[in-house]
Design a protein around this ligand. Structure first.
Ligand code: G
Ligand code: G
Ligand code: MN
Ligand code: NA
Length: 262
């Protein structure tokens, strides 16, 4: 497969880049941070999304150095935003969300690599949120959770990504060192009508209430309309992400969006 053989050199050649999608506070609409989303500018095929190469990177092991590169770039970017936004203290410093593959979770260097990157960059651990999918943590034993627990103790936030798709045992949430639930896009899609289906409203209401009672914040993904944003806000969701606010884009774009509402 052509992409597989090109993948290892792509990192050396600097063919990866990162787009950032804003995370917006549902209560006041202010930009609070962004999720880092990696892309590959392939010399022949153009821009490839993560779905095209993350599985290959996981299969070949390149995901570890690639994930480390994404983390370092993203954290440096967050520091740059913080410097640019020195005066905008009312909304708090911008935070950065970075996706972790299950392969990175089981890699023994995860905690030390993260500590090194934070120290080199000179940014506080609480500026960083690592996103782990719900499916990666289903049935997770203590060995798998240990590095996440150490990161959480340092002040790094852990978010459970795509929440609600993976059948996790809700009681299991108590064991996990997570502080944020990212509700899967399917819940947002069910809010397309106004008012939404009463059963869908009850389900989201129940998840939000459970999350808040466990001291977890709720982020919603895939918000495409104002009606969705409004219903999710009324249901008590904390933060939102989606095309309604902005598509993933270059770092300058996030800076502009954050300045506008500062
Ligand atoms: O918007 P986009 O098509 O870029 O995102 C598709 C999926 O790719 C997302 O669900 C996200 O979790 C995953 N993804 C994006 N960037 C990264 C990354 O740096 N590392 C990992 N492991 N997954 C990523
Ligand atoms: O980590 P995760 O799989 O959740 O990454 C988010 C994915 O969702 C990315 O592929 C991103 O491009 C995509 N996305 C972001 N906002 C929207 C949206 O409003 N609608 C839809 N359909 N997809 C979105
Ligand atoms: Mn994510
Ligand atoms: Na997601």
């Amino acid at each position: 497969h052509g992409l597989t053989t090109a993948l290892p050199t792509a990192l050396e050649r600097g063919e990866f880049f990162i787009e950032y999608q804003p995370l917006v506070h549902l209560g006041d609409g202010s930009v609070r941070g962004a999720e880092a989303l990696v892309r590959w500018l392939h010399p022949q095929h153009g821009v490839l999304g993560p779905d095209r190469f993350i599985p290959l990177a996981e299969h070949t092991g390149l995901i570890v150095p690639l994930g480390r590169w994404v983390l370092e770039q993203s954290v440096r970017q967050a520091r740059e935003w913080r410097e640019l936004h020195g005066g905008a203290e009312a909304m708090g410093p911008l935070r950065i969300n970075v996706n972790l593959s299950p392969c990175q979770l089981t890699h023994p260097g995860l905690v030390q690599d993260t500590v090194d990157i934070l120290e080199r960059t000179g940014i506080e651990p609480d500026a960083l949120c690592l996103e782990v999918t719900e499916s990666a943590l289903i049935g997770a034993d203590d060995d798998l959770l240990k590095p996440l627990r150490r990161l959480a103790e340092m002040g790094v936030d852990i978010a459970l990504d795509d929440f609600g798709t993976g059948y996790s045992n809700l009681a299991n949430l108590r064991r996990l060192p997570v502080s944020i639930l990212k509700l899967d896009r399917s819940f947002t899609q069910s809010m397309q009508q106004f008012p939404a289906d009463p059963v869908d409203l009850k389900i989201v209401e129940g998840i939000v209430s459970l999350a808040h009672s466990l001291d977890l914040a709720v982020t919603v993904e895939g918000v495409e309309t104002g009606a969705q944003a409004e219903q999710l806000r009324i249901l008590g969701c904390d933060t939102a992400q989606g095309w309604y606010y902005a598509r993933p884009g270059p770092p300058e774009r996030l800076h502009e969006l954050a300045l506008v509402d500062a």
